[in-house]
Design a protein around this ligand. Structure first.
Ligand code: ADP
Ligand code: PHD
Length: 254
């Protein structure tokens, strides 16, 4: 079977019922015989709310303190998700970005991943656990928490998938995949079955925000297949691969 990294965005883990639903979905993937590592974003609008709170206290907060604050959002969702999986009878272990081995530069608020050494994640998986990793964050050479920039959990997921040698990085969101335009704004937009890294980078450059630009660049550099799909349905999503890969061969599409 496959090694699958799944990323659940804030829209998929907006409240505790959603977290339980996502836990069921993760367990289904595990029960099909796959090894699973999960990257999770902060619940709903948590990150925006944290920023608002900070700005209501200090109109010019230090970048270091902002990153300390913002990394807290993903710590909440990762631990609640691990608890939800445990409550449904499977073993799970959560890790902060630092614990999962995400080393970044010191650019607070827009840090770049320097290396990913996910030893503890690997150990958890080989112990039969589902590893849950906080997205959007790492640690710098000073030992401080850093964030990767808004939407950075997509990049965390692809970087983890590459470091683990996963077969696919599944990005779960609140729409059925990548569409020709934002389906919430353009009701006639069509879902795209499969698309190349280059074509999706062009879409991102012209304003589509379904996947973070950096995440697609990272996936292209390491040829990591991405499957964008909804956590609210079982419908087929969109496969993002290089032009030399047959999208049909990507595992876990049912
Ligand atoms: N071309 C597109 N295809 C699909 N979704 C798009 C597109 N452009 C913009 N979107 C929007 O992206 C949203 C998902 O991104 P986001 O809100 O960041 O989700 P998440 O919280 O799961 O990371 C969708 O609800 C949709 O409105
Ligand atoms: N929570 C962060 C990181 C992130 O990637 O979130 P989402 O996956 O919900 O876009 C943000 O809001 O920017």
């Amino acid at each position: 079977m496959a090694l699958i990294v799944q990323k659940y965005g804030g829209s998929s883990v907006a409240d505790t019922e959603s977290i339980k639903r996502v836990a069921r979905r993760i367990i289904e993937t595990r029960k099909k015989g796959n090894d699973v590592a999960v990257v999770v974003s902060a619940m709903g609008d948590t990150t925006d709310e944290l920023i608002d709170q900070a700005l209501s206290i200090d109109s010019n907060p230090s970048a270091r303190e902002m990153d300390m604050l913002m990394t807290a959002g993903e710590r909440i969702s990762m631990s609640l998700l691990a608890m939800a999986i445990h409550a449904q009878g499977e073993k799970a272990h959560s890790f902060t970005g630092s614990q999962a081995g995400f080393m970044t530069d010191t650019q607070y608020g827009a840090a770049h991943i320097r290396s990913v050494k996910p030893e503890r994640v690997r150990e958890a998986i080989s112990d039969g656990e589902i590893a849950i990793v906080a997205g959007f964050q790492g640690i710098n050479s000073l030992g401080d928490a850093t964030t990767l920039g808004r939407g950075g959990s997509d990049t965390s997921a692809v970087a983890l998938a590459v470091a683990l040698g996963a077969d696919v990085c599944e990005i779960y969101t609140d729409v059925d995949g990548v569409f020709t335009a934002d389906p919430r704004i353009v009701p006639t937009a069509q879902r795209i079955d499969s698309i190349t890294y280059d074509a999706i980078l062009e879409m991102a450059a012209s304003g589509s925000k379904v996947l973070a630009l950096r995440c697609v660049e990272y996936a292209r550099r390491f040829n990591m297949p991405i499957h964008v799909r909804s956590s609210f349905s079982k419908r087929k999503g969109t496969i993002v691969v290089g032009s030399d890969i047959n999208p049909v061969l990507i595992p876990n599409q049912d």
